[in-house]
Design a protein around this ligand. Structure first.
Ligand code: GDP
Ligand code: IMO
Ligand code: MG
Length: 420
């Protein structure tokens, strides 16, 4: 068996959580491979709504094993809050959630460093989620990180050495350490919660599962345009959000990757700073935000909105080797007279369909305008019900992207999903 991967093709928040939940009945194991509590994955079913941050979105479909892989960074305090909220709503996880010993720990001082680095950048700040993601991955790469498995032996000394080093940097940044003790108290309570779960060598567990014929789904966080290598650097996150990240973040060989589900919104959003060629800073952008409830699941920040960017999407399809597309939030476009899609960029007067090195300025989107469908699609259950204009929009996107759109989402609920 091979690992199927589901990942975001835009700047995150495409609706990954919802679709992982929808696809989970077809799998035995669901696993996260990168990112951490910067993610906010929303699931809605039976009138309930959940936002998951570190826990895979396969936990609501009974009897499945969920794994937090080695590529993830984990904050025990936020993990505990997530676990407790789920337990309270009748979803105890202890038996069904396993954690890689190689996952790196987000320490309290990583969170402070994230804030210190951001305020030092001033106007050029990234607009991070403030969860310590960048500093934790930095420590991983510079070989100073602490992993879940480190909690097993002599952790106090390792913790002290790491935080002493962080405090020294924070002092250089004149960043106050006030409040650190309270955060640490919460953090160590989180560690105790973490101990209630089985810590595993997840690379072995996942490969053994494949050999035993089990079906494994890997759930991406963030999106391709936030990838550390291929995103709009430096306005990106600090991990490989692309398909290759599933190989390193789980210990799965490239030849054991199966389907690659690429998920995108029928339009486009971005939260935080950084370039966004199709951004609409006008009434149309405001309408997309209001209709799509485009406010961050983690930070509550308003998301920037714009038309779908096929130059960026073609690039994402290429980098990830997408085999199936999933289009989300189609219903948000239900009430537009016309819909635009950016098919090329004009850079210094020259048109290109290839994603350029630098999109920070001088990019003029070239749009194709299509008729809107002006029909409420939220109750539709089958493709046969699609208005002709919507069917034409799908055909146009498939033609541009050269990959079939296999799933169409017409609302936030699990049930508002149409398979093609
Ligand atoms: P993720 O980070 O990729 O899992 O996406 P988020 O949960 O951050 O953001 C997606 C938002 O859109 C959530 O509030 C979902 O409940 C909502 N959503 C998902 N699919 C649809 C859809 O087809 N239509 C509408 N209107 N909302 C959707
Ligand atoms: P999900 O998984 C949208 C953005 C932040 C910021 C940049 C770096 O829900 O799609 P970080 O805290 O990672 O160092 O922030 O990345 N960002 C996200 N935007 N969805 C996310 O996750 C994001 N995770 C990080 O806003 O611009
Ligand atoms: Mg999200």
């Amino acid at each position: 068996m091979k690992v199927d991967v589901l990942l975001g093709l835009q700047w995150g928040d495409e609706g990954k959580g919802k679709i992982v939940d929808v696809l989970t009945p077809g799998y035995d194991v669901v696993t996260r491979f990168q990112g951490g509590p910067n993610a906010g994955h929303t699931l809605e079913f039976e009138g309930q709504k959940f936002v998951l941050r570190s826990i895979p979105s396969g936990i609501f479909q009974g009897g499945k094993i969920n794994v937090i892989g080695n590529g993830v960074v984990l904050d025990p305090a936020l993990f505990k809050a997530e676990v407790e909220a789920l337990a309270k709503s009748g979803h105890p996880l202890t038996e069904r959630l396993k954690i890689s010993k190689k996952a790196h720990l987000i320490l309290p001082t990583h969170r402070l460093l994230d804030a210190a680095y951001e305020s030092a950048k001033g106007a050029g700040k990234i607009g991070t989620t403030g969860k310590g993601i960048g500093p934790t991955y930095t420590d991983k790469v510079s070989r100073n990180g602490l992993r879940v498995g480190d909690l097993l032996h002599d952790f106090e000394a390792k913790y002290k050495a790491a935080t002493d080093r962080h405090k020294e940097i924070l002092r250089q940044y004149h960043y106050s350490l006030d409040g650190l003790e309270a955060i640490e108290e919460e953090w160590f309570a989180g560690v105790e919660c973490l101990r209630q779960f089985e810590w595993i060598d997840s690379e072995h567990a996942i490969n053994h599962a494949l050999q035993a014929g089990k079906r494994v789904l890997a759930e991406g966080a963030q999106g391709t345009m936030l990838d550390i290598d291929f995103g709009s650097y430096p306005f990106v996150t600090s991990s490989n959000t692309v398909c290759a990240g599933a190989c390193t973040g789980l210990g799965v060989a490239p030849r054991n990757i199966g389907e690659v589900y690429g998920i995108f919104k029928a339009y486009c959003t971005r939260v935080g700073s950084g370039p966004f060629p199709t951004e609409l800073s006008d009434a149309t952008g405001d309408k997309l935000r209001a209709t799509g409830h485009e406010f961050g699941a983690v930070t509550g920040r308003p998301r920037r909105c714009g038309w779908v960017d096929l130059v960026a999407l073609r690039y994402a399809v290429m980098i990830n080797g997408v085999t199936r597309l999933i289009m989300m939030k189609s219903d948000v476009l239900d009430d537009f007279d016309t819909i635009k899609a950016c098919t090329a960029y004009r850079v210094n007067g020259v048109e290109t369909r290839d994603f350029p090195f630098d999109i920070s300025e001088g990019i003029e989107p070239v749009y194709t305008e299509l008729p809107g469908w002006k029909t409420d699609m939220t109750h539709m259950q089958t493709e046969a019900e699609f208005p002709a204009e919507f069917a034409a929009y799908i055909r146009f996107l498939e033609q541009e992207l050269q990959v079939p759109i296999k799933i169409v989402s017409v609302g936030p609920d699990r049930a508002q999903t149409i398979m093609r």
